[in-house]
Design a protein around this ligand. Structure first.
Ligand SMILES: [Zn+2]
Length: 155
């Protein structure tokens, strides 16, 4: 997904979490972490996180393979979508405070303000985060519409 299409998708649904694209996001144990659907393959998901404090980031498949879109110093689309959804869910002030963004937190008004002040990519095992996602899924009550069937398809 290009940056411009990401922006327009965000603008079209203000205040609404996109659970199909990012089925799981949480601020937990020093990480902003979650699970992001693959843009191209509905069977594949990415496990992504940002570390609080260092603001280093990681993205890999649920089979622990590194994300091909993660080149080093700039986060991939999955990480950007995860951050975008975290801002929708928690508000940017809480996200900026949780991540330990430098300087006056009031300067962080939108996604790109945070993207500009990140660390670098790091590798870490994604299994713990994915297990938490599965535990979260097990607690979900399925709403009447068909959207959660995508998540069920991963089993
Ligand atoms: Zn990625």
């Amino acid at each position: 997904m290009t940056q411009s299409s990401l922006r327009s998708a965000t603008a079209a649904r203000p205040g609404a979490r996109d659970v199909k694209k990012v089925p799981f996001v949480e601020l937990y144990d020093g990480r902003l972490q979650g699970v992001v659907s693959s843009g191209s393959d509905i069977q594949r998901v990415y496990v992504s996180f940002f570390e609080a404090g260092t603001r280093d980031f990681s993205c890999s498949t649920n089979n622990n393979r590194p994300c091909g879109g993660l080149g080093g110093s700039y986060p991939c689309n999955h990480l950007r979508e995860l951050l975008d959804e975290a801002i929708e869910q928690y508000g940017i002030a809480r996200v900026a405070a949780f991540l330990g963004m430098p300087g006056d937190l009031g300067q962080y008004q939108q996604l790109h303000d945070i993207l500009r002040a990140l660390g670098t990519s790091t590798r870490a095992d994604s299994g713990t985060i994915f297990s938490r996602f599965l535990g979260d899924l097990a607690l979900l009550e399925l709403p009447a519409d068909s959207a959660p069937l995508h998540t069920a398809a991963w089993f």
